[in-house]
Each structure stands twice: as C-alpha cells, then as structure tokens.
Design a protein around this ligand. Structure first.
Ligand code: ASP
Ligand code: MG
Length: 446
C-alpha cells in the first residue's frame, strides 16, 4: 500500500490561499497520511531576529508574526478551538521571550520552533475545514537528535523507533500534520536541524514511517536542467536517478537542502518535487530506477568557490602526506569539496555550506598556520564551479568532447572527473560562470 509523506515549504503555506492550494493537493491524494510543514514564509526570519536580540524590545517583530497567523485564522469559519490553541502558543512565545537565558542556543531553538508549531496547527485546521479528518503530531516526539542546538544531527535509529511507536495513528484515516525543522534531544529539549532543514525532516520522517513516497512541494515545478534565471531555455526535468540527484543537490539546486535526500535514498523512497502553486504543472520524480538515463541531465553553477593549493616537495614519493593535510582540515571542521593532486601539490575547494554552517571562517587562521608549517599554501577566490550531471560520464568520449569543445574559450582552473560517472566539473572565473553554463546548456541540453 502506498504511503506518502507530503512536505510544504514556507511559501506554500505563506497565507490562506496558499494553504488552500496545499489542502487541495492533500485532498486529491488519499495516500498522503503525514504532512510536514515549514513555518509560514517570513516567520522564521523574524524569530531569528528576535533571538539575536535575546527577545528584548522585539514586540513589533512578534506582532508581525501574530498578524501573519491571524490573517489565516480569520479566514477559517469555525475557528473557536483554533483561536484558543493559537493564542496559547502566542502566549507561550511571549513568556519565552521574558525568560532568563541560561543557554542561548537552546533558548533560540525553542523560540524558532514556534513558527512550525503555529503553521502546523493552522494547516491542520484548514484541512479540517475542507472536510478532511486531521490533527497535529508534535515532531519533537518523532524526530530525535543530538543536542547540537541550531544544527542538530538526527539519530535515525531512535527516530525510526519513535515513529514506529506512533505508526498505528497513521493508519487511522486521519491526515496528521507535523512540523519540519524541529526535533528534540534525549532530554526532550527542542532542537532544530539548521535553516531550511524541513526538507531533511520530511525525508527523515518518511524513512522513519517506512513511507513509499515523499513529496516536496515548493515554489518551483521541480528540478531544472539549469538555473532558469541564467538560461531562459532551462526546463523542468521529468525524472532522474538518486545518484544524479545526489550530485545535483550539492550544486546550487537551491530547492534541495544538500543532505535532505540521504534518508530517502537509503530507504529507496521515491521523491517528487513540485510546485504547490501549480500542481498540475507536474514536477521531478527521483527514484532508483528512472526510465531514462541520458548522457547529460543538467548543468549547474556554484559561485564563490575558494581554491586552496598546497605545495610541498616532501610529498614526492612520500606516504601519509594527504592524511596529515586532511587531519588538520578535519580538526578545524573544514569541509572539503573537490580534490585534485599532482606529484607535489594538492588542490582542493572548500565547501562553504559545510564550513560556514558551523559558524566559522572558511579556512580558520589557525588551520592555515598549521598547514604552512609543512607546505606552501595558496588561496584563490572569485571562482565558480560548473558541473555537468548525467550518466556514464567518463565512459563516453562524446560528453567530454562536447564539454572540452565548449570550454575551449575559457581559462579552466581545475577539472574534476572520475570519482563519479554522474558528474564532471571544473572551475572558471566567477565572471565567466554564467556564460559557460549558457553555452553548455545550448550545446548539450537544448
Ligand atoms: N522554517 C525553517 C527556515 O525557514 C525551516 C524550513 O523552512 O525549511 O529555515
Ligand atoms: Mg524552505
């Protein structure tokens, strides 16, 4: 039997008309039994601002949030019970802001959770009003994490056992609405998975409940062959494999949180990405076995790359050099993206997502100092990474030929190919990135 988890992002539940469109999607698909929602658009940003100010003098921000919620609630005809629960949540938010802060990060996560807790309540009421049996489930009783507030790591095993405990509820014919982005640690303190984390939540919960399908409803009709803002002939991709999506997820395909797919991939859950504003427009299916495997599926651009090159003559015929280099980077939590080596040097790009998300500099000064003790280090910025995503790359001369013909006119700073048959990528100057993408797309994908 199919069991679908549907996730609606912040713009999909921004206001009452948007919520109604999402309700329609749920109504049209009886296999949707669990809905995961983001906070209404703009709410988490405001909560984050309140957190920065430690709750002090943030009345106007709080009022803006209440107005967003009230405008939805007012559209609901039978809003008596809802009014009560919503004002309870708002009261709780008020007193949370007055609280003495012992641990700011923990206090902040609790504060941020109000966005999703309010939107899930509102959306469940919209479903009720549309004639569906619906109730809310507290995600903190399902999604278990460690205590790294602000960027908590989920515990997939514990999450699964908590989900399975509640599984019976999901077989009751009711549509359950829960919160994306939030979870709790083993002391039941509220945690969050990091900004934009609700896709990840949805994938974790889909895996936890053994769902067959995961739908991510957002404001674009699926994954595109390239960024339509760069290239007007970009079009939505009907289907792709997990492996292609995994390569693409880290390449500026902004609609996917980089690691969000992993739990779905591991559990062979079919993923669909579509636009809640225009469900009829279709979207992209991601599965283990797509019906097509074209040479090139998409081209993508990632800007603002930092290239670090380390040179050392002692690397020649030496062993353990790479281990020493990566041990330092690991100790400073530096996330490395691409690596190429020559006889006496190593070039690597640093992943901004990974490092900046940890709230630190891309390459901390202390790490640089340690590296400089045994090699010469060069750092270049202002580069863009161009990626070609497809199938059989490296096995098929024709893709490399097309690619190299295209980049003929540009200075290519680094090329990476071979680790995956789904990806070929290279670095060019930031100022040339968009042109390269347009030329590649025109020649290969149009
Ligand atoms: N509401 C959270 C945010 O805005 C999580 C999400 O929407 O994915 O970051
Ligand atoms: Mg989002």
């Amino acid at each position: 039997m199919s069991f679908t988890v549907a996730k609606f992002g912040g713009t999909s539940v921004a206001d009452y008309p948007s919520m109604l469109r999402c309700a329609q999607i749920v109504q049209n698909n009886p296999s949707i039994r669990l809905v995961v929602v983001s906070a209404c658009a703009g709410v988490t940003n405001r909560l984050a601002e309140i957190a920065d100010k430690q709750g002090k003098q943030t009345e106007s921000l709080r009022n803006e949030i209440y107005t967003i919620h009230a405008s939805i609630q007012q559209k609901l005809k039978s809003s008596g019970a809802l009014e009560l629960s919503l004002s309870q949540l708002h009261d709780e938010l008020e007193s949370h802001c007055q609280k003495a802060i012992a641990n700011w990060a923990a206090w902040r996560d609790e504060l941020l959770s109000f966005g999703e807790r309010c939107s899930s309540l509102l959306f469940s009421c919209v479903l009720n009003e549309q004639g569906l049996l619906s109730d809310t489930l507290d995600a903190r009783q399902l999604l278990k994490t460690n205590s790294a507030f602000g960027r908590a790591q989920p515990d997939e095993v514990s999450t699964k056992s908590h989900c399975l405990e509640q599984k019976q509820k999901l077989d009751s014919g009711c549509v359950w609405v829960t919160q994306g982005f939030i979870g709790s640690d083993d002391k039941t303190q509220t945690t969050t998975l990091g900004r934009g984390g609700s896709d990840y939540s949805a994938a974790l919960l889909a895996a936890g409940f053994n769902a067959t399908d995961l739908q991510i409803w957002t404001d674009v009709a699926g994954i595109y062959t390239t960024d339509p803002r760069i290239c007007s002939s970009a079009r939505a991709i009907a289907e792709m494999s997990f492996s292609e999506a995994a390569e693409l997820a880290t390449f500026g395909a902004k609609i996917l949180h980089p690691s969000s797919l992993a739990p779905a991939i591991k559990n062979s859950i079919r993923v669909f990405i579509g636009s809640s504003q225009n469900a009829a427009a279709g979207g992209t299916y991601i599965s283990a076995n797509p019906t097509t495997r074209p040479d090139v599926r998409a081209v993508a651009l990632r800007r603002n790359q930092t290239l670090v090159t380390v040179h050392s003559l002692s690397m020649l015929h030496a062993s353990g050099f790479l281990a020493r280099l990566f041990e330092i980077l690991a100790r400073y939590n530096v996330s490395v993206d691409l690596v190429t080596t020559s006889e006496v040097s190593i070039a690597l790009t640093l992943d901004e997502g990974g490092s900046i998300a940890n709230g630190q500099a891309l390459l901390p000064a202390a790490a640089l100092e340690e590296l400089e003790q045994f090699c010469r280090v060069e750092i270049e910025t202002g580069l863009s990474l161009v990626a070609i995503i497809g199938n059989g790359i490296g096995r098929d001369a024709h893709i490399s030929q097309l690619t190299f013909n295209t980049v003929n006119d540009y200075a290519v700073r680094l090329i990476c190919q071979g680790a995956s048959e789904h990806n070929l990528c290279f670095l060019v100057e930031d100022s040339e990135g968009e042109n390269v993408i347009r030329t590649l797309h025109d020649r290969i994908l149009s």
